[in-house]
Ligand binder design. Structure first.
Ligand code: AMP
Ligand code: MG
Length: 401
């Protein structure tokens, strides 16, 4: 059996980072992966400006009780006059600091009467001014290639005037569900049927990573049905994820169907629970990952083993998300052979550690455990853990994005 971390690293190597790039309008770049490192066109802010509503003064002109005539009112977006000696200029948040001024007195600390300012609180030299370049300096690196673009990155790039950004093409993922017992959503459920939940689930997981689930196909447990679906997916997608039909049951025909499509299937027995049977194949240069059919196993194996591969194929720099350590708030199951990943809910403990509540039913078909949970706790094999012990914690918040 393959160690979990070895399997994870090896699987991530099964695909290649993209080589093509394309330009994307910034306002559509949410979730895309930056294909080139970008540098700052501008100092930010581009000029000294006021952080507050108030008055620009020359600090040396301040004396308690001395009135400073208001020379000009300068709103954000206007060009101020040079400040005359012994006067002040009314300014607002974002107004440019007039030449000759060196300090901003906030309006709460002063009284203006008949166009003359009386300062009630002694100012400090240089206060309430946002300096040119204090946020970002021209020509500095803004963002590195391989970074996923979200609202924060969009804010920074927009502030620099980037209307288009170079990104990698969206990764095209094909999803194949299998099984005669599965009913499509929107159709009535016949006796002996269950709804196909893995199809929508995997599509959502793929979308959540910023990739594109271009096909979600379902095949019956027949060689022909599987083969037809596989051909479409191999033709149209960069990565194929199949679910179900790869164990050793009589109707587990995914393996021969992949072989017929020209793929060589490598069955991995990974030392993890849930999800022992995971398979990797390659057909026409495209990786096919076969997940166990039980929905919870498929979800967990996708998060832990497939998401790193997806991130690498998307061109992301950080393809292995961070793992926290957190405290168990009850005794977990003992497993002497396989590392077990159990659904947990995270709470803030009194001692600064995150505390993990364990879902009471850990069966791999218990779908209700998924929306309940915040992630997976890893219980390493061969050791009895007890309440309060620290274990690795893979949060959905890190592993599903
Ligand atoms: P299999 O690996 O095909 O034997 O499937 C294992 C278990 O997962 C069986 O109970 C299947 O009914 C269930 N299963 C497989 N695929 C799906 C699916 N797409 N949606 C819901 N349950 C599924
Ligand atoms: Mg099946």
């Amino acid at each position: 059996m393959l160690e979990f971390d070895v399997a994870q690293a090896q699987l991530a190597q099964a695909g290649n980072a993209p080589t093509k790039t394309e330009d994307c309008p910034l306002h559509q770049a949410q979730g895309r992966i930056l294909a080139k490192s970008l540098t700052a066109h501008l100092d930010m802010p581009p000029a000294d400006n006021s952080a507050m509503d108030g008055y620009a003064i020359r600090f040396a002109d301040y004396q308690p009780g001395r009135g400073l005539p208001v020379q000009q009112r300068c709103y954000a977006g206007e060009q101020p006059q040079p400040l005359q000696a012994g006067q002040c200029i009314r300014i607002f948040t974002g107004s440019l600091i007039p030449e000759g001024a060196d300090t901003v007195v906030i309006q709460e600390d002063a009284t203006e009467t008949d166009n003359v300012l009386l300062i009630d609180q002694a100012p400090k030299l240089g206060e309430h001014i946002r300096r040119r370049g204090e946020d970002v300096q021209k020509d500095s690196t803004l963002l590195e290639a391989g970074r996923r673009i979200g609202a924060a990155e969009i804010a920074l790039l927009a502030s620099q005037g980037y209307a288009q950004v170079p990104v990698y093409p969206r990764l095209k993922v094909g999803i194949l569900t299998t099984g005669d017992e599965l009913a499509e959503l929107g159709t009535p459920l016949q006796a002996a049927q269950i709804y196909n939940s893995n199809g929508p689930m995997l599509a959502a997981l793929v979308t959540g990573l910023g990739a594109d689930p271009v096909h979600v196909l379902h095949a019956k447990d027949t060689f022909e049905s599987l083969q037809q679906a596989l051909n479409t997916l191999i033709a149209d997608c960069d990565l194929i994820i199949s679910v179900g039909g790869v164990s050793v049951g009589e109707k587990d025909l995914v393996k021969p169907a992949i072989e017929k499509a020209g793929g060589e299937l490598d069955l991995w027995r990974v030392r993890m629970k849930p999800g022992k049977p995971v398979a990797l194949a390659r057909a026409q240069g495209k990786p096919i990952v076969c997940l166990p059919g039980n929905p919870v196993s498929a979800f967990a194996v996708f998060a832990l083993l497939v998401s790193p591969l997806v991130r690498r194929m998307q061109g992301r720099e950080q393809w292995l998300p961070p793992i926290e350590h957190a405290q168990l708030d009850s005794q977990p199951p003992f497993n002497d052979i396989r590392d077990e990943f159990i659904r947990v809910r995270a709470q803030r403990g009194d001692n600064g550690h995150t505390r993990l509540g364990v879902f009471s039913r850990q069966g791999s078909g218990v779908i209700s455990s998924l929306p309940w949970s915040d992630g997976l706790a890893r219980i390493p094999a061969g050791r009895q853990f007890k309440e309060g012990d620290l274990v690795p914690y893979y949060s959905w918040a890190s592993w599903l994005v």
